[in-house]
Ligand binder design. Structure first.
Ligand code: F6P
Length: 322
Protein backbone atom coordinates (compact mmCIF):
# COMPACT_ATOMS: atom_id res chain seq x y z
CA UNK A 1 0.00 0.00 0.00
CA UNK A 2 1.31 3.45 -0.91
CA UNK A 3 -0.43 6.35 0.80
CA UNK A 4 -0.13 10.12 0.49
CA UNK A 5 -0.93 12.62 3.25
CA UNK A 6 -1.92 16.23 2.66
CA UNK A 7 -2.88 19.22 4.82
CA UNK A 8 -4.94 22.01 3.29
CA UNK A 9 -6.75 25.26 4.13
CA UNK A 10 -6.08 27.14 7.36
CA UNK A 11 -3.48 25.37 9.48
CA UNK A 12 -4.68 24.16 12.87
CA UNK A 13 -2.75 23.23 16.03
CA UNK A 14 -2.53 19.42 16.04
CA UNK A 15 -2.17 18.91 12.28
CA UNK A 16 1.41 17.77 12.87
CA UNK A 17 0.32 15.31 15.52
CA UNK A 18 -2.11 13.88 12.93
CA UNK A 19 0.64 13.64 10.27
CA UNK A 20 2.86 11.84 12.79
CA UNK A 21 0.12 9.37 13.79
CA UNK A 22 -0.88 8.61 10.20
CA UNK A 23 2.73 8.18 9.06
CA UNK A 24 3.96 6.02 11.92
CA UNK A 25 0.83 3.87 12.09
CA UNK A 26 0.91 3.28 8.33
CA UNK A 27 4.64 2.43 8.47
CA UNK A 28 3.85 0.02 11.36
CA UNK A 29 1.43 -1.67 8.94
CA UNK A 30 4.26 -2.00 6.42
CA UNK A 31 3.02 0.66 4.01
CA UNK A 32 4.90 3.40 2.15
CA UNK A 33 3.98 6.95 3.18
CA UNK A 34 4.49 10.16 1.23
CA UNK A 35 3.77 13.75 2.23
CA UNK A 36 2.22 16.18 -0.25
CA UNK A 37 3.71 19.66 0.17
CA UNK A 38 1.62 22.88 0.10
CA UNK A 39 -1.83 21.27 0.08
CA UNK A 40 -3.79 20.89 -3.16
CA UNK A 41 -1.42 23.23 -4.99
CA UNK A 42 1.50 20.88 -4.28
CA UNK A 43 -0.68 17.91 -5.22
CA UNK A 44 -1.39 19.16 -8.72
CA UNK A 45 2.28 20.12 -9.12
CA UNK A 46 3.41 16.66 -7.98
CA UNK A 47 5.33 17.99 -4.96
CA UNK A 48 5.74 14.79 -2.89
CA UNK A 49 8.40 13.39 -0.58
CA UNK A 50 8.70 10.11 1.31
CA UNK A 51 8.02 10.20 5.05
CA UNK A 52 10.11 7.90 7.23
CA UNK A 53 9.77 7.26 10.96
CA UNK A 54 12.36 9.90 11.87
CA UNK A 55 10.87 12.56 9.58
CA UNK A 56 7.97 12.97 11.97
CA UNK A 57 10.12 12.91 15.11
CA UNK A 58 9.61 15.82 17.52
CA UNK A 59 6.57 17.28 15.72
CA UNK A 60 3.76 16.17 18.03
CA UNK A 61 4.04 19.43 19.98
CA UNK A 62 4.63 21.73 17.03
CA UNK A 63 1.95 24.12 15.75
CA UNK A 64 1.24 24.56 12.03
CA UNK A 65 1.90 21.80 9.52
CA UNK A 66 5.32 20.51 8.44
CA UNK A 67 3.80 19.69 5.04
CA UNK A 68 2.70 23.27 4.44
CA UNK A 69 -0.74 24.37 3.30
CA UNK A 70 -2.33 26.56 0.68
CA UNK A 71 -5.61 27.87 -0.63
CA UNK A 72 -5.31 26.77 -4.25
CA UNK A 73 -7.53 28.60 -6.78
CA UNK A 74 -6.13 26.24 -9.45
CA UNK A 75 -7.50 23.18 -7.67
CA UNK A 76 -10.95 24.84 -7.72
CA UNK A 77 -10.99 24.43 -11.52
CA UNK A 78 -11.88 21.13 -13.27
CA UNK A 79 -8.49 21.26 -15.06
CA UNK A 80 -6.66 21.66 -11.75
CA UNK A 81 -8.47 18.71 -10.23
CA UNK A 82 -7.75 16.57 -13.33
CA UNK A 83 -4.07 17.47 -12.96
CA UNK A 84 -4.17 16.44 -9.28
CA UNK A 85 -5.77 13.11 -10.20
CA UNK A 86 -3.15 12.54 -12.90
CA UNK A 87 -0.36 13.10 -10.37
CA UNK A 88 -1.92 10.65 -7.91
CA UNK A 89 -2.28 7.99 -10.62
CA UNK A 90 1.13 8.52 -12.24
CA UNK A 91 2.82 8.26 -8.85
CA UNK A 92 0.85 5.07 -8.16
CA UNK A 93 -0.69 6.15 -4.88
CA UNK A 94 -3.42 3.85 -3.55
CA UNK A 95 -5.08 6.40 -1.29
CA UNK A 96 -4.86 10.05 -0.23
CA UNK A 97 -5.46 11.09 3.40
CA UNK A 98 -6.58 14.72 3.57
CA UNK A 99 -6.41 16.71 6.81
CA UNK A 100 -8.48 19.91 6.88
CA UNK A 101 -11.79 21.71 7.26
CA UNK A 102 -14.82 22.58 5.17
CA UNK A 103 -13.25 23.77 1.91
CA UNK A 104 -10.62 21.06 2.10
CA UNK A 105 -13.13 18.25 2.49
CA UNK A 106 -15.11 19.57 -0.49
CA UNK A 107 -11.88 18.98 -2.41
CA UNK A 108 -11.60 15.46 -0.94
CA UNK A 109 -15.11 14.68 -2.09
CA UNK A 110 -14.39 15.93 -5.63
CA UNK A 111 -11.39 13.59 -5.90
CA UNK A 112 -13.48 10.72 -4.53
CA UNK A 113 -16.22 11.45 -7.09
CA UNK A 114 -13.54 11.34 -9.77
CA UNK A 115 -12.79 7.78 -8.68
CA UNK A 116 -9.82 8.20 -6.35
CA UNK A 117 -9.82 6.60 -2.85
CA UNK A 118 -9.62 9.31 -0.18
CA UNK A 119 -10.06 9.61 3.60
CA UNK A 120 -10.69 12.98 5.28
CA UNK A 121 -9.48 13.91 8.76
CA UNK A 122 -11.47 16.65 10.55
CA UNK A 123 -9.27 19.66 11.30
CA UNK A 124 -10.14 23.36 11.50
CA UNK A 125 -10.06 25.86 14.34
CA UNK A 126 -13.52 27.10 13.26
CA UNK A 127 -15.29 23.86 14.31
CA UNK A 128 -17.78 24.25 11.48
CA UNK A 129 -17.28 20.86 9.85
CA UNK A 130 -20.22 18.45 9.79
CA UNK A 131 -19.25 14.93 10.90
CA UNK A 132 -17.18 15.78 13.97
CA UNK A 133 -18.38 17.33 17.23
CA UNK A 134 -14.98 18.88 17.61
CA UNK A 135 -12.17 19.21 15.09
CA UNK A 136 -8.38 19.24 15.49
CA UNK A 137 -7.18 22.69 16.58
CA UNK A 138 -10.36 24.05 18.14
CA UNK A 139 -9.49 23.46 21.77
CA UNK A 140 -6.06 25.09 21.50
CA UNK A 141 -7.38 28.07 19.53
CA UNK A 142 -10.19 28.55 22.05
CA UNK A 143 -7.78 28.57 24.95
CA UNK A 144 -5.61 31.19 23.25
CA UNK A 145 -8.70 33.36 22.72
CA UNK A 146 -9.81 32.81 26.30
CA UNK A 147 -6.45 33.77 27.76
CA UNK A 148 -6.53 36.99 25.73
CA UNK A 149 -10.08 37.78 26.85
CA UNK A 150 -9.14 37.19 30.50
CA UNK A 151 -6.23 39.60 30.18
CA UNK A 152 -8.26 42.24 28.41
CA UNK A 153 -10.92 41.99 31.08
CA UNK A 154 -8.33 42.88 33.72
CA UNK A 155 -7.33 46.12 32.00
CA UNK A 156 -10.92 46.89 30.94
CA UNK A 157 -12.02 46.59 34.54
CA UNK A 158 -9.13 48.76 35.83
CA UNK A 159 -10.17 51.58 33.50
CA UNK A 160 -13.92 51.04 33.40
CA UNK A 161 -13.72 50.59 29.65
CA UNK A 162 -15.69 48.82 26.96
CA UNK A 163 -13.55 46.47 24.89
CA UNK A 164 -14.36 44.50 21.76
CA UNK A 165 -12.26 41.38 21.17
CA UNK A 166 -12.50 39.96 17.67
CA UNK A 167 -11.85 36.24 17.34
CA UNK A 168 -11.58 34.10 14.20
CA UNK A 169 -14.56 32.61 12.40
CA UNK A 170 -15.49 33.79 8.94
CA UNK A 171 -18.81 31.97 8.67
CA UNK A 172 -19.17 30.39 12.07
CA UNK A 173 -19.46 31.89 15.55
CA UNK A 174 -18.28 28.83 17.48
CA UNK A 175 -15.05 30.40 18.79
CA UNK A 176 -16.80 33.66 19.70
CA UNK A 177 -19.61 31.83 21.48
CA UNK A 178 -17.45 29.44 23.50
CA UNK A 179 -14.65 31.88 24.32
CA UNK A 180 -17.28 34.52 25.11
CA UNK A 181 -19.12 32.27 27.54
CA UNK A 182 -15.92 31.03 29.20
CA UNK A 183 -14.56 34.57 29.42
CA UNK A 184 -17.78 35.92 30.95
CA UNK A 185 -18.32 38.37 28.08
CA UNK A 186 -21.16 40.87 28.43
CA UNK A 187 -21.93 40.66 24.70
CA UNK A 188 -21.30 37.94 22.09
CA UNK A 189 -21.71 38.66 18.39
CA UNK A 190 -21.78 35.82 15.86
CA UNK A 191 -22.39 35.67 12.08
CA UNK A 192 -25.40 33.35 12.52
CA UNK A 193 -27.56 35.94 14.32
CA UNK A 194 -28.65 39.42 13.31
CA UNK A 195 -27.24 41.93 15.78
CA UNK A 196 -28.86 45.10 17.09
CA UNK A 197 -26.11 47.55 18.02
CA UNK A 198 -28.46 50.09 19.61
CA UNK A 199 -29.84 47.44 21.95
CA UNK A 200 -26.30 46.46 22.86
CA UNK A 201 -25.50 50.04 23.82
CA UNK A 202 -28.56 50.35 26.06
CA UNK A 203 -27.73 46.97 27.63
CA UNK A 204 -24.19 48.15 28.42
CA UNK A 205 -25.54 51.42 29.83
CA UNK A 206 -27.83 49.35 32.08
CA UNK A 207 -24.90 47.20 33.19
CA UNK A 208 -22.92 50.27 34.20
CA UNK A 209 -25.91 51.58 36.14
CA UNK A 210 -26.03 48.28 38.00
CA UNK A 211 -22.43 48.87 39.08
CA UNK A 212 -20.28 47.00 36.55
CA UNK A 213 -17.04 48.70 35.66
CA UNK A 214 -16.27 47.19 32.29
CA UNK A 215 -17.89 45.47 29.36
CA UNK A 216 -16.35 42.84 27.11
CA UNK A 217 -17.81 42.30 23.66
CA UNK A 218 -16.58 39.15 21.91
CA UNK A 219 -17.25 39.26 18.19
CA UNK A 220 -16.45 36.86 15.35
CA UNK A 221 -14.50 38.21 12.36
CA UNK A 222 -17.33 37.23 10.02
CA UNK A 223 -20.09 38.88 12.07
CA UNK A 224 -21.74 41.97 10.62
CA UNK A 225 -20.57 43.92 13.69
CA UNK A 226 -16.93 42.84 13.79
CA UNK A 227 -14.23 44.97 15.44
CA UNK A 228 -13.94 47.30 12.45
CA UNK A 229 -17.65 47.96 12.25
CA UNK A 230 -17.98 48.48 15.98
CA UNK A 231 -15.07 50.96 16.06
CA UNK A 232 -16.59 52.93 13.22
CA UNK A 233 -20.00 53.02 14.88
CA UNK A 234 -18.68 54.10 18.27
CA UNK A 235 -16.49 56.77 16.69
CA UNK A 236 -19.42 58.25 14.81
CA UNK A 237 -21.92 57.95 17.65
CA UNK A 238 -19.90 58.82 20.73
CA UNK A 239 -22.58 61.11 22.15
CA UNK A 240 -25.15 58.31 21.75
CA UNK A 241 -23.27 55.69 23.65
CA UNK A 242 -21.32 57.72 26.18
CA UNK A 243 -18.54 55.11 25.81
CA UNK A 244 -15.16 54.99 24.27
CA UNK A 245 -14.55 51.62 22.66
CA UNK A 246 -11.20 49.91 22.40
CA UNK A 247 -10.70 46.90 20.17
CA UNK A 248 -8.29 43.99 19.91
CA UNK A 249 -8.25 41.70 16.89
CA UNK A 250 -6.73 38.36 17.89
CA UNK A 251 -6.43 37.00 14.35
CA UNK A 252 -3.78 34.46 13.50
CA UNK A 253 -2.30 34.13 17.00
CA UNK A 254 -5.20 31.74 17.61
CA UNK A 255 -4.17 29.53 14.70
CA UNK A 256 -0.42 29.37 15.21
CA UNK A 257 -0.38 28.10 18.80
CA UNK A 258 1.32 25.03 20.21
CA UNK A 259 -1.29 22.22 20.28
CA UNK A 260 -2.52 21.43 23.77
CA UNK A 261 -3.08 17.99 25.25
CA UNK A 262 -6.62 17.65 23.91
CA UNK A 263 -5.61 18.44 20.33
CA UNK A 264 -2.58 16.14 20.38
CA UNK A 265 -4.73 13.24 21.62
CA UNK A 266 -7.59 13.99 19.22
CA UNK A 267 -5.19 14.27 16.28
CA UNK A 268 -3.47 11.02 17.27
CA UNK A 269 -6.77 9.15 17.58
CA UNK A 270 -8.14 10.51 14.29
CA UNK A 271 -4.85 9.81 12.50
CA UNK A 272 -4.77 6.18 13.63
CA UNK A 273 -8.48 5.78 12.74
CA UNK A 274 -7.78 7.17 9.26
CA UNK A 275 -5.17 4.44 8.70
CA UNK A 276 -7.63 1.82 9.98
CA UNK A 277 -10.22 3.17 7.53
CA UNK A 278 -7.65 2.69 4.74
CA UNK A 279 -7.00 -0.87 5.94
CA UNK A 280 -10.74 -1.58 5.76
CA UNK A 281 -11.00 0.17 2.38
CA UNK A 282 -13.62 2.43 3.94
CA UNK A 283 -13.00 5.22 1.42
CA UNK A 284 -14.84 8.47 0.76
CA UNK A 285 -15.38 9.17 4.47
CA UNK A 286 -14.42 11.78 7.04
CA UNK A 287 -12.88 10.56 10.27
CA UNK A 288 -14.20 12.60 13.19
CA UNK A 289 -15.38 12.38 16.78
CA UNK A 290 -18.95 12.10 18.05
CA UNK A 291 -19.77 11.79 21.77
CA UNK A 292 -16.13 10.90 22.50
CA UNK A 293 -16.17 8.02 20.00
CA UNK A 294 -14.25 8.01 16.72
CA UNK A 295 -16.67 7.75 13.80
CA UNK A 296 -16.63 7.92 10.01
CA UNK A 297 -19.19 9.88 7.97
CA UNK A 298 -19.54 9.73 4.17
CA UNK A 299 -17.94 12.82 2.60
CA UNK A 300 -21.11 13.26 0.58
CA UNK A 301 -23.00 13.88 3.84
CA UNK A 302 -20.22 16.05 5.24
CA UNK A 303 -20.21 18.44 2.30
CA UNK A 304 -23.97 18.66 1.98
CA UNK A 305 -24.85 19.38 5.62
CA UNK A 306 -24.26 22.39 7.80
CA UNK A 307 -23.08 21.97 11.38
CA UNK A 308 -25.45 24.03 13.50
CA UNK A 309 -24.39 26.06 16.50
CA UNK A 310 -26.28 25.49 19.73
CA UNK A 311 -27.96 28.90 19.80
CA UNK A 312 -29.55 28.17 23.15
CA UNK A 313 -26.06 28.76 24.54
CA UNK A 314 -26.16 32.33 23.26
CA UNK A 315 -29.34 32.92 25.27
CA UNK A 316 -27.73 31.29 28.31
CA UNK A 317 -24.68 33.53 27.91
CA UNK A 318 -26.93 36.60 27.79
CA UNK A 319 -28.74 35.58 31.00
CA UNK A 320 -25.52 34.84 32.85
CA UNK A 321 -23.69 37.99 31.77
CA UNK A 322 -25.85 40.37 33.82
O1 F6P B 1 -8.89 28.24 9.31
C1 F6P B 1 -10.08 28.93 9.42
C2 F6P B 1 -9.79 30.38 9.36
O2 F6P B 1 -8.82 30.68 10.34
C3 F6P B 1 -11.00 31.28 9.52
O3 F6P B 1 -11.40 31.46 10.84
C4 F6P B 1 -10.50 32.53 8.86
O4 F6P B 1 -11.55 33.33 8.40
C5 F6P B 1 -9.70 32.00 7.72
O5 F6P B 1 -9.24 30.75 8.12
C6 F6P B 1 -8.55 32.87 7.30
O6 F6P B 1 -7.95 32.30 6.20
P1 F6P B 1 -6.59 32.71 5.51
O7 F6P B 1 -5.53 31.90 6.18
O8 F6P B 1 -6.75 32.30 4.10
O9 F6P B 1 -6.41 34.16 5.72
Amino acid sequence: MKIAVLTSGGDAPGMNAAIRAISRYAIYKGWDVFGVHRGYQGLLEGDFSRIGLRDVGGIIGAGGTILGSSRSPEFQTPEGREEALKQLRENRFDVLVIIGGNGTQKGSFSLFQMGFPVIGVASTIDNDLYGSDITIGVDTALNVALEAIDRIKVTASSHGRVFAVEVMGRDCGYIALMAGIAGGAEVIIIPEIHFDIQKMISDIQETYKRGKHHAIIVTAEGAHCNADELSRYFLNNRELSGFELRTTVLGYVQRGATPNLFDRILATRLGVAAVEAVAQKNYGVLVGMHKSEIITTPLETVVSRKKELDLQLLKTAEILSK
